[in-house]
Structures are given as structure tokens and as C-alpha cells.
Ligand binder design. Structure first.
Ligand code: FSO
Ligand code: SF4
Length: 543
């Protein structure tokens, strides 16, 4: 195996014996095989679509297939084999759609393709077959290979958001067309470096649309987030912990547990759920438990109820809680019970059989500062900037992770001068969201914008501020200090770059899949730089 798609990759180079995430070589090979099959599917789906032949099942499967290969999602070889088989069926369907549409248009048989993913069919030994399709076989040119990887990881990240959006009934045909065209392009040996750079920028643009769709879906279902205090303590009663990102799944669980004496706690990236009126109305949405995803093995043994993951980031479960752990959607771990569909009675029964929590009030933290809430007090914010009470805004956010070096973000937030406001989002906020930051004239100094996909909200806030000050986003007193871990962070970075946002600082380390020349390109065109020390970076920003 060889994988370096995430930040914690072994030695900063690549996982080649086993994944630091827990991905075993057979699972890595199956994921590589699936990705290659998806390229074949995209190849024909793209051609069929260009001839007017569209199939919704193919569009959906492409998203789910890509999301399956995101870090910390699917570790189950048996499930991956089923997914690969489905990929083969749909690829065959896409080929037929293309050939039929071609013949109808040209009164000729469609040309046959004799190499590349177009010819992919699953072999008897899927693991062995997958070993042929690793990233080392992508392209002989290191820079082109790097650019293909950037695009691929961007597509994987966008697929995760597009999947959440479609669960809420939101999809877009232009986005589906881009997925097919861009994924097919990753195997097109006629393309060059700048083609992939262009496609990566387009991926960023499409992802803004996808995050917008997801935001729209969330807001239509649950209302705009409002500032809300979240309890970090516990309430007496049985308990279920929900980890992941999917609000719709949480809503369904809240409905099914109403009146059963079960309290629902959020974990990790589910924390922003508390700010949505349509979710906070459930009195048994009791609070938030634990820190970011990488602490689950330490914290879950102390949760006396059932635990369910609806997306990444799942880690290898410790034995002490495997019997009360469940997965839903695309997340899978071998031997862990999977909830297929929307019936959570197995999780509820498990929670009822476990002791639950006593009453133990704790600290409260504030969430719910999406763009609607922040822009609702825009006048106050603009006034404070004009009066010199607010000197600078920092967006300090992104993913958290286990590797050392992430204390930078805690220290950075602590050192931000008292006349500056910190916007945060995604799981990286757990590095500092329990600290006291106070306020500036009633505006909290720490504003939790939401989940990673709420980068959409942060972009809306930045654009509105730029509008109010009649300048570009790059001219605002705003600096972005981002932390990355997996492929959703990659696509968010592509979105920011596609908007022309410069001077972003990124850490804790640079992606291993970015070649030196591609990195130079990013530095020269966007002044994208690695973090250094909180003192030096703050000094460089504030002067
Ligand atoms: Fe974190 Fe995991 Fe939300 Fe990621 S929980 S690391 S970028 O999945 O998506 O921020
Ligand atoms: Fe390694 Fe990350 Fe790949 Fe897992 S996803 S195998 S940790 S690079």
C-alpha cells in the first residue's frame, strides 16, 4: 500500500506498511480499486451526459463511492467489496447509456475504448487488482501526479459535502457533471499540469456551490443557527452520543428518542447542531461530550450509553466500547454494527440497557455564529472596526488531529490581542473553544461559525465585510490560519484559492502529496505559507 492523502501520513511521506489511521493494506488496495472503478464509471457517465443521457443512481453512487475513500470513513473490506461490485454494475450501465445515446445521435456504433479505467472490470481477487492502481501508478511526472492527487482529494472532499446535501434533498446537475468530467480527467494521459491546476480551481468553485447547497438544506430544514449556549455537563438519564457531521441523521434520532428518557449528546463536528432552532427545540438534545475526533479512544470508554458515527472520523474502537458502538451511512468498521436506513431502534435499545449519566452540570460554551447571526449584528461589528475597537479578524479553524504541533492553534488563539475577533470552524476549534475569550462591546471574541462545511458561512461573512468596507477580501483586516487533516480540508482550501484569497497560513505540516514545484506555484500565486510559531506569525500579520 501507499497512501499519503491525509496529514497524519507516516513520517510525513506515506503510509506503506499500514495506515496510521488504521487502514490495513487490503483495505487500502480495495479503496484504490474502487477509486479506479469510479474513474471508469465517470468516463462513461461523462460521455453519456454530454449526449443528454443522465442517470440519478449513477450520480449518487459516484458521490458515495468517493466519500467511502475519504480518511476515517470505511475500514470494512467486506463492505468495500460490495461497493466495488455495485460500481461495476453502474459502470456497465453508464457504458450502455453512452453507447445507446451515441448510436441514436450518430446512427453508428460508439467507439470502443481499449485502455485505462474504461476497460476496468472487477477481478476475482479485488485486493490484488487494487494493488495495481495505487497513486504511484498515477503519472510518471511528479508534478502532474501531485496535481492529479490535489484534484482527486478535492473531489473526495466535495463528494462528502454533496452527499450530506443530497440527504437533505439538495443536488445540482452542473456539480454532478463536474464530478464526472473531473474524475474522468484524472486518468486522461493527454492532459498536462495546467489542465489539472485549472480543474482543481474549478473544483474549488464547484465546492462553494456544494457547501452553499448544504447550507441551504440545513437552513431550510432547521432554520438559521442562532447563538446558543451548549452544556458540557451531563443530565440524568440514558444517553446516546452522536459523532460525525450529518444533521438529518441526528434529527431522526431525536425524533425516535423523544419521551424515552434518553438524552442525546453531540460529539466532535456535531457540536454546531445545538445552534439550529429545528434541532435545539428537542429538550433531550442535552449537550456536547468530549473533544475532537482523535480523542475518541480515550473518551468513549467513559460514555455510559450507545455511540453512533454518521460520518468520519472514526478510529479503531477500543474493546471497552465496541459492543455499544454503531455506524450509519458510509462509515464502517469491521465487526461494528451498521444501521442501514433510518430505524435507530437497535441504538435506542442499547442505550436503554446501559446505565446513562447522573446530573452533573458543567461549563457552557457558545455556538451558532453562522453568517446569518453574524451579519445580523454587522452594523455593530463594522462600527467597532471603524471606531478602532476591533483591529483584526482571525479565522482560526480547520481539522484537529493527533500529531504533535497542533498546540500551535491553542497558543495562537490565546495570544491573539484582546482587540481582535477570532472566527472558528470545524473540529480544530476544540483546541481552544473551552477557553474564556471575553467580548468586545458585547461581541464575543470567539465566534463559532460551525462545521467545516460552514466555511461557506465564513466566506459569506468575509464577503459582506469586504462589501461594507468597499474593498476586496484580501484587503480586509482578516487573516486565515488553517489546520488541515483530511480531504474535506483540501477542497475547502481549493475553494478559498479559487476565490483568489491570499496569504493563508496552513499547518501543522504541508501535504506530502504536494510536490516542490506545485508548492512553489501555490506560494508564488497565493502566498500560501506554512505556519511557523504563534509569536512570529502574529507579529508578521499585525506588524
Ligand atoms: Fe474534522 Fe474529521 Fe469536519 Fe474532517 S471530524 S477532520 S475536515 O472529518 O470534516 O473537521
Ligand atoms: Fe495514512 Fe492518512 Fe492514508 Fe490513513 S488516510 S493510510 S493515515 S495517509
Amino acid at each position: 500500500m501507499f497512501c499519503h492523502q491525509c496529514e497524519q501520513t507516516a513520517k510525513g511521506i506515506g503510509c506503506d506498511v499500514s495506515g496510521v489511521c488504521g487502514k490495513k493494506p487490503d483495505v487500502a488496495a480495495l479503496q484504490d480499486n474502487l477509486l479506479y472503478g469510479l474513474k471508469g464509471l465517470a468516463f462513461f457517465a461523462d460521455k453519456a451526459r454530454k449526449l443528454g443521457s443522465i442517470d440519478k443512481a449513477i450520480d449518487l453512487f459516484l458521490l458515495e463511492g468517493l466519500f467511502t475513500t475519504v480518511t476515517n470513513v470505511d475500514f470494512d473490506p467486506a463492505r468495500l467489496e460490495v461497493t466495488i461490485t455495485k460500481c461495476a454494475e453502474l459502470k456497465k450501465k453508464a457504458k450502455t447509456l453512452y453507447e445507446t445515446a451515441f448510436k441514436a445521435k450518430n446512427s453508428l456504433d460508439a467507439p470502443q475504448f481499449t485502455n485505462g479505467p474504461a476497460t476496468w472490470v472487477p477481478a476475482a481477487d479485488l485486493v490484488k487488482q487494487g494493488e495495481l492502481y495505487g497513486i504511484k501508478a498515477l503519472h510518471e511526472n511528479q508534478d502532474i501526479s501531485s496535481a492529479i492527487e490535489i484534484l482527486t482529494y478535492g473531489l473526495k472532499g466535495m463528494a462528502a459535502y454533496a452527499d450530506h446535501a443530497q440527504i437533505l434533498g439538495k443536488s445540482d446537475d452542473e456539480v454532478a457533471a463536474f464530478f464526472h468530467r473531473a474524475l474522468a480527467a484524472t486518468a486522461d494521459q493527454t492532459l498536462g499540469l495546467m489542465d489539472y491546476v485549472g480543474l482543481s480551481m474549478e473544483c474549488g468553485t464547484q465546492n462553494l456551490k456544494v457547501m452553499g447547497l448544504l447550507n441551504e438544506g440545513n437552513v431550510e430544514h432547521y432554520g438559521h443557527p442562532v447563538p446558543t449556549k451548549v452544556d458540557l455537563g451531563t443530565k440524568e438519564g440514558k444517553a446516546i452520543l452522536v459523532s460525525g457531521h450529518d444533521l438529518r441523521m441526528l434529527e431522526e434520532l431525536l425524533k425516535q428518542t423523544e419521551g424515552k428518557g434518553i438524552n442525546i449528546y453531540t460529539h466532535g463536528e456535531m457540536l454546531p447542531a445545538h445552534g439550529y432552532p429545528g434541532l435545539k427545540k428537542y429538550a433531550h438534545l442535552a449537550g456536547n461530550f468530549g473533544g475532537a475526533w482523535q480523542d475518541q479512544q480515550k473518551e468513549f470508554p467513559n460514555f455510559p450509553g450507545a455511540i453512533i458515527f454518521n460520518t468520519n472520523c472514526i478510529q479503531r474502537p477500543a474493546d471497552s466500547y465496541t459492543d455499544r458502538l454503531f455506524t450509519w451511512g458510509l462509515v464502517a468498521w469491521p465487526g461494528i454494527k451498521q444501521i442501514d436506513g433510518w430505524d435507530f431502534s437497535a441504538v435506542i435499545d442499547k442505550a436503554l440497557a446501559l446505565p446513562g449519566f447522573p446530573d452533573a452540570p458543567g461549563q457552557q460554551i457558545l455556538v451558532g455564529f453562522g453568517h446569518n447571526a453574524v451579519l445580523g449584528v454587522a452594523d455593530k461589528v463594522i462600527e467597532a472596526v471603524k471606531a478602532g475597537a476591533v483591529k483584526h479578524f482571525f479565522l482560526v479553524g480547520g481539522c484537529d488531529g493527533a500529531k504533535p504541533g497542533r498546540n500551535y492553534y491553542t497558543e495562537f488563539a490565546e495570544r491573539v490581542p484582546k482587540d481582535c475577533i477570532i472566527l472558528t470552524l470545524a473540529c480544530g476549534k476544540y483546541r481552544f473553544n473551552k477557553l474564556e475569550f471575553g467580548d468586545i462591546g458585547g461581541i464575543p471574541r470567539l465566534l463559532d461559525v460551525g462545521q467545516c462545511n460552514d466555511a461557506y458561512s465564513a466566506i459569506q461573512i468575509a464577503s459582506a465585510l469586504a462589501g461594507a468596507f468597499n474593498c476586496g477580501v484580501n484587503d480586509l483586516p482578516l487573516s486565515m490560519i488553517l489546520s488541515w487533516y483530511e480531504q474535506k480540508a483540501v477542497v475547502i482550501l481549493l475553494t478559498l484559492l479559487s476565490l483568489g484569497i491570499k496569504n493563508i497560513k496552513i499547518g501543522p505540516s504541508l501535504p506530502a502529496f504536494v510536490s516542490p514545484n506545485v508548492l512553489n506555484f501555490l506560494v508564488e500565486n497565493f502566498n500560501l505559507t506554512p505556519i511557523s510559531t504563534p509569536e512570529a506569525d502574529l507579529k508578521a500579520i499585525l506588524g
